[in-house]
Design a protein around this ligand. Sequence first.
Ligand code: ZN
Length: 243
Amino acid sequence: MRILLVSDIHANQTALEDVLADAGSFDAVWNLGDAVGYGPDPVWCVNRLVEIGAQPSLAGNHDLACLGEIDISDFNPVAQIATHWTASQLGECERRYLRGLPPMTVVDGITLAHASPRAPVWEYVTDATVATEVFGHFTTQLCLVGHTHVASYAVLHPDSKRAEFLRLEANQRLTLGADRLIVNPGSVGQPRDHDPRAAFALLDLNAGTITARRVSYDVAAVQARMRAAGLPRPLISRIAAGR
Ligand code: ZN
């Protein structure tokens, strides 16, 4: 069973298309949330997730914001503008799909949360201290998260009380075993780890491995659509820098 792990697609059609092409064959797609927000292609991305049968598929903070289900007064002004634009694009079909998504679930003995199992919509797992605490909030060996847009993982050895937190490099392969893991495959549509290539991962349940992958996509084409949509300039420039 080969599972394609995607997160934080953020309405980036070109990145998602290239991820799907690069991933090779897979038996399932698990989406860790934030299918929309920031990017120019929210309707296309939601419908593509439906077509490929992404299941489980999680709701992220931007998905919920675009549905009007969470307060966005904490969002920066640029994110607020993008949220309003995205909300104006979504039709009833896309809204119904997004409304049906949970921010967290457990499948095949694996915990999936958009942000973290402690706070599934909002918490950023960005260092060893937070990761150590978060390990106390789920019981499975493996937890998959998104939200930070940084490909990374935290590992808790069976005889240790403190987790390690590490970058997940392109083509790095993690082995599922005695260590407990929190793995973030990174962002498909808006990476923030100074590598603009789309990030994703492949989970092989038979082999017991997770392999991190990156794929280049046509950033300029996405930027042109963002400009045409009138999306804020900082959002247009950041996808070229991967930050
Ligand atoms: Zn996101």
